[in-house]
Ligand binder design. Structure first.
Ligand SMILES: C[S@@+](CC[C@H](N)C(=O)[O-])C[C@H]1O[C@@H](n2cnc3c(N)ncnc32)[C@H](O)[C@@H]1O
Length: 507
């Protein structure tokens, strides 16, 4: 008999309150803990007395300027946001924002009214290729803040390139990212997530930086986006980049959101073909099935529908694939199942039937969900319908042609005004599985406004009401560029004019 009475002699351990309090502190401020989970007392001291610095050796991620970058993140700004009526479209109806300004300052401003309000952040920061500019935060408090100089903002900002020859090349980039990520975390809801695009130049640093900023346990995945081959290397032709995914609080995400699902690609083409065949052959199931198989066979391997070629059987309920009906691992139940035509017991799978309950098998046969061979000599299969299997967990590796988005943006503007825009189809998918109806999505490296476009398209598709906030610095475009000649003097002019802007607020 089970004994539920506690043995009074048994040593009962009391709850470890200190551990619990440390866990709570870690949840609240993961940046105070080292990568291996220990409280960094010096970091804690710095909050109380910012001048105190007492370094000891331990496992941690350090670079030049790190403490300054953190201090800068939490130093208040006296900048304000000003509504720009002239450049705003539809302000009464739209709650989308495009903010022209330097993102560190804007993030500080947003943290007043959007703290823990943002469901999803997507950013595509400078990759630190040695050619792109990295805004260098000036910690000198005496410096006149650039946005106070109205003329400067009007004409755009000239920002220097972070050259590889600079001794603080990585540190510059890390400092820029660190302060912004610390603020970004504050804006995220407890069930919020952040996606960060990057390539091999800094991904190894970013992963460590995010472990520190968001906490190692809040790492969700590192997506690999393959986008076609580049023949610009003598050794390895890199044909991919990354999207790093972290959440604010994995426990909350697990309990509130439960799972991420994405619709498989290439399904609509299969349904279209099937519908055409149904129209052509009416109830001649075998002819539909035969031609559907031929259609799959004729598809190139790169076609998204090809991955579903096993869904090539058809009955009056739709398209299905004959799935295994045997007990996983073996040792399953073995009972007689009669063939519907010959009325003789069919071959039993060597591992036994999938259903231990015979009545379950009977009802599936009645519902026409079991696929029998021509006679009792073959093992039947379970019909697995495409319409019931349309969604899957997103994969960590995916393909999307890297050049296609440039072509589409060219079509939108009539020319090449922005180099390397991200693909709105990919972003739409990220937002599809990570956000719902009224969520707010933030992109503080706005560029040509792809995030805005992706949100508008997704809302259109699923009747959603998501809102976006884009931030773009008024970086001047090259005087010889097509964008400049067409009147886009600043990148923020492109963000606002790319057809996605509903509401523009310059800083
Ligand atoms: C790689 S692009 C983003 C492209 C964008 N995802 C798209 O699809 O068009 C990075 C953008 O961030 C902007 N940027 C860089 N530093 C910034 C800062 N400190 N504040 C605001 N924007 C910044 C750059 O001007 C550039 O337009």
């Amino acid at each position: 008999m089970e004994n539920n009475i506690e043995n009074p002699m048994q040593k009962v351990q009391s709850h470890d309150w200190n551990q619990e309090r440390l866990e709570q502190l870690k949840q609240l401020m993961p940046d105070l803990f080292t990568n291996d989970g220990k409280l960094n007392i010096n970091e804690l001291k710095q909050i109380v007395d910012p001048k105190s610095l007492n370094e000891t050796e331990r496992y941690e991620f350090r670079w030049f300027g790190k403490s300054n970058a953190k201090r800068e993140a939490f130093t208040p700004t006296d900048a304000t946001l000003v509504f720009d009526e002239e450049r705003s479209l539809n302000p009464e109806h739209s709650e989308n924002l495009i903010i022209e300004g330097e993102n560190l300052q804007v993030l500080k401003l947003l943290s007043k009214s959007y703290r823990e309000q943002i469901k999803c952040i997507y950013i595509d920061p400078p990759y630190n290729t040695g050619k792109d500019f990295v805004y260098s935060d000036n910690f000198d408090q005496d410096k006149k803040e650039y946005w106070e100089d109205a003329e400067m903002v009007e004409n755009g900002l000239k920002i220097d390139t972070n050259m590889e020859s600079d001794g603080r090349y990585h540190s510059n980039w890390l400092n820029m990212m660190y302060s912004r990520l610390l603020l970004a975390r504050q804006l995220l809801r407890e069930d919020g997530v952040i996606f960060i695009s990057l390539d091999d130049n800094e991904i190894h640093h970013l992963r460590k930086l995010c472990d520190e900023t968001f906490g190692e346990s809040n790492f969700i995945g590192q997506l690999i986006w393959t986008g076609g081959r580049k023949n610009d290397s003598k050794f390895i032709s890199t044909s991919h980049e990354y999207i790093l995914v972290y959440c604010k609080n994995f426990d909350v995400l697990k309990s509130e959101v439960k799972e991420w699902r994405i619709r498989k690609k290439g399904l609509d083409e299969i349904y279209n073909t099937y519908n055409k065949l149904k129209f052509k052959y009416k109830s001649e199931i075998q002819s539909i099935e035969k031609e559907l198989k031929e259609w799959f066979k004729g598809l190139p391997n790169s076609h998204p529908s090809k991955a579903h070629k096993h869904y090539s059987c058809v009955d009056e309920n739709g398209i299905f694939f004959p799935d295994n009906i045997s007990w996983p691992g073996g040792g399953g139940p073995k009972y007689d199942v009669l063939h519907p035509k010959t009325k003789k017991p069919v071959s039993i799978p060597s591992r036994g039937w999938l259903f231990s309950d015979e009545t379950k098998m009977e009802s599936l046969i009645k519902e026409n969900k079991v696929h029998f061979g021509p006679d009792e000599n073959s093992v039947p299969c379970l019909k697995s319908y495409l319409k019931d299997r349309e969604f899957q967990v997103p994969y960590s590796v995916f393909y999307q042609d890297g050049r296609a988005s440039t072509k589409r943006l060219r079509a939108l503007f009539g020319d090449d005004f922005f180099e390397h825009p991200k693909d709105e189809i990919v972003l739409k998918e990220l937002f599809e599985f990570s956000t719902t109806n009224d969520d707010i999505i933030l992109d503080f490296f706005g560029g040509s406004g792809t995030t805005g476009q992706a949100i508008l398209e997704l809302n259109k598709e699923d009747n959603g009401n998501r809102k976006f906030i884009l931030v773009q610095i008024p970086e001047i475009t090259d005087i010889n560029s097509k964008a400049y000649k067409a009147g886009f003097k600043k990148i923020s002019d492109i963000t606002g004019k790319s057809g996605h802007s509903d509401h523009v607020i310059p800083v």
